[in-house]
Design a protein around this ligand. Structure first.
Ligand code: APR
Length: 239
């Protein structure tokens, strides 16, 4: 823990890379862990463009349910610790695979959402994008400009990452001297490539996870435990 804090204290450009594990203690299910979404639901039936054109109501029922969970959830001490690290200037940005918006609700200002957001909807007809604050009322929601179907503003399997966010993330990783990797299995590409890129560029990797992930062989320091417990302790070591 002290070693990790030393690395962060000395860092000139540290960034945080998060996955579903950071939101687990807020009651937001992960994807592959125990009780993970993809353990109970088939991603090919719910999280692909084909699934949406086949059955937009089923897909929207699934995403509205995820919106309701994220809406009722609160940032946990792990999210708050990362927001604290940003306000202290210790970390420059958060690159997240999560779509729940909890980093922003915890107070983080510089958040790169690689997989989109549950709180953005996009029209499949005119391409208009709508920011929302709470779960959609009607399923499926329709575009107020052209009346076409709206889709969740998340990245589905088989879809490319949003270009702007991905290139900013690559830039941040190439500049980083320390990357704090929190709560990801490191199994989903191209997102999982980002910490590897930083490592190739000479950055030190610190991982926080309840168990080893696909990225653990790469990391310099592995802090085993729930993010909501480990990260506040890390912040305590930072002044
Ligand atoms: N604290 C820290 N880590 C945790 C915690 C916790 N409280 N609970 C679970 N974890 C870890 C698990 O051990 C696992 O390594 O979080 C990781 C969650 O992994 P996944 O469920 O695979 O989630 P993630 O890596 O974010 O998935 C990547 O896959 O399904 C797609 O688009 C989706 O963004 C998602 C992407």
């Amino acid at each position: 823990m002290k070693e990790a804090a030393e690395l962060l204290k000395k860092s000139k450009h540290a960034v945080v890379f998060t996955g579903a594990g950071i939101s687990a203690e807020s009651g937001v299910p992960t994807f592959r862990g125990f009780g993970g979404l993809w353990k109970n639901y088939k991603p090919e039936e719910l999280a692909t463009p084909e699934a949406f054109s086949r059955d937009p109501i089923l897909v929207w029922q699934f995403y509205r349910w995820r919106q309701e969970i994220a809406y009722k959830a609160n940032p946990n001490p792990g999210h708050l610790a990362i927001a604290k690290m940003e306000s202290m200037g210790v970390v420059k940005a958060v690159i997240t695979q999560n779509v729940d918006g909890l980093h922003q609700r915890a107070g983080n200002k510089h958040v790169i959402e690689l997989h989109g957001s549950l709180w953005r909807l996009r029209c499949v007809g005119c391409g208009a994008v709508f920011q929302i604050e709470k779960p959609v009322d009607e399923v499926p929601p329709r575009c107020e400009s052209c009346g076409s179907l709206l889709r969740p503003g998340v990245v589905w399997f088989g879809e490319p990452l949003p270009q702007r966010e991905y290139s900013i993330a690559i830039e941040l990783m190439e500049k980083s001297d320390v990357v704090l990797v929190v709560g990801t299995s490191g199994l989903v590409y191209p997102a999982a490539y980002l910490p590897q890129l930083a490592k190739e560029k000479g950055a030190k990797l610190i991982e926080v996870n309840v168990e080893e992930s696909a990225l653990t062989p790469l990391v310099d320091i592995f802090l085993k435990g729930p993010a909501g417990e480990v990260l506040p302790k890390l912040v305590e070591e930072l002044p």
